[in-house]
Write a protein that binds this ligand. Structure first.
Ligand code: HSE
Length: 315
């Protein structure tokens, strides 16, 4: 039996416009690496990292996941959790989820916990409490399974299971993520969830539902190029865009040079455009200019869908 397992899990974009807390997609841009090592019982749970992340296991995404799995499976061992953080934190690229997912997979492997996809999604979601204050499963499911995912957004709806389904996404589409260089609040996701409207007009809900249904159906059929024409979100985006300087211009510029769709990546402040063409450099430049108009610099990341996590070491 292994003493130590290392897992690499991808970053992700959540919501994809109308699929708030329901849709996610893994991105082949950044990967977090988590190594979980068995230790004696008296060791407790310790986080080791040279990156700027909480080392208190109760405040660390992976720490919360490991503690929940340890309790649920009756694991006696202590645990050392080594984290190499590569996903930028706080920019809407599923940074906490990448570490949470990697930790859940490593724990499952290390202790033969025999958790299935639905259990793993539940336990990985617990890690989101560290950054978002609440649990949501869209990013963790994308980091766990790769490609495009659909999750049940209700917390504890079925006990320690979360309904989840996933499908591979064609490499024919390209994502352009514009990451603005602005200061983000410490619990940014919590803040950006605070601006979401409490009541929604029925006709708006119906339009978002139509777009969401198109996205899911088209990805399932392998029609990624059509799915990305339906990213319009008329409920959450209008509320959240106020927190992103220059958002309207960034989106307008991306669409003008031929993006199929453009929206906020997760809880923001990154903006993500999707294209089926080879115009990604142009789209990136256009988005950069959009942010410039609000006097904000940004980094452009051009990436493909990720196929998901990998166990990269067993010792
Ligand atoms: N669905 C979550 C939100 C994702 O939009 O708040 C957070 O990255």
């Amino acid at each position: 039996m292994a003493k130590s397992v290392t897992v690499r899990a991808p970053c992700s974009t959540a919501n994809l416009g109308p699929g708030f807390d329901v849709f996610g997609m893994a991105l082949d841009a950044f990967y977090d690496e988590v190594t979980v090592t068995k230790k004696p019982k008296s060791f407790g749970i310790k986080i080791v990292s040279s990156d700027d992340i909480p080392l208190d296991p109760k405040k660390n995404t992976a720490g919360l996941v490991a503690a929940a799995i340890k309790k649920d499976s009756g694991i006696e061992n202590g645990l050392e959790i080594k984290i190499k953080k590569n996903v930028p934190a706080g920019y809407g690229m599923g940074s906490s989820a990448a570490s949470a997912a990697a930790c859940a997979i490593a724990m499952n492997e290390l202790f033969d916990a025999l958790y299935d996809d639905e259990n793993l999604t539940y336990f990985a979601g617990i890690g989101e409490r560290a950054s978002a204050g609440t649990v949501h499963y869209d990013n963790v499911a994308a980091s766990l399974f790769g490609g495009f995912v659909v999750v049940d957004p209700r917390v504890n709806a079925r006990g320690k299971f979360v309904n989840v389904t996933d499908c591979e996404v064609s490499q024919d589409i390209t994502m352009i993520v514009a990451v603005p260089k602005i200061k983000v609040p410490k619990q940014k996701t919590k803040a950006s969830r605070g601006v979401i409207p409490r009541n929604v007009k029925f006709s708006d809900a119906s339009i978002n539902l139509a777009n969401a249904a198109y996205i899911a159906a088209c990805f399932a059929k392998g029609w990624a190029d059509i799915a990305i024409n339906h990213l319009e979100d008329i409920i959450v985006e209008p509320a959240r865009k106020k927190m992103i300087p220059g958002f309207d211009k960034v989106k307008k510029n991306a669409m003008k040079v031929g993006a199929n769709g453009c929206t906020i990546s997760g809880a923001g402040p990154s903006v993500i455009a999707f294209t089926e063409g080879d115009n990604f450099t142009e789209i990136g430049e256009a988005m950069k200019k959009g942010f410039k108009s609000a006097k904000v610099d940004c980094e452009i990341i051009i990436c493909k869908p990720s196929k998901g996590p990998k166990i990269i070491k067993r010792k």
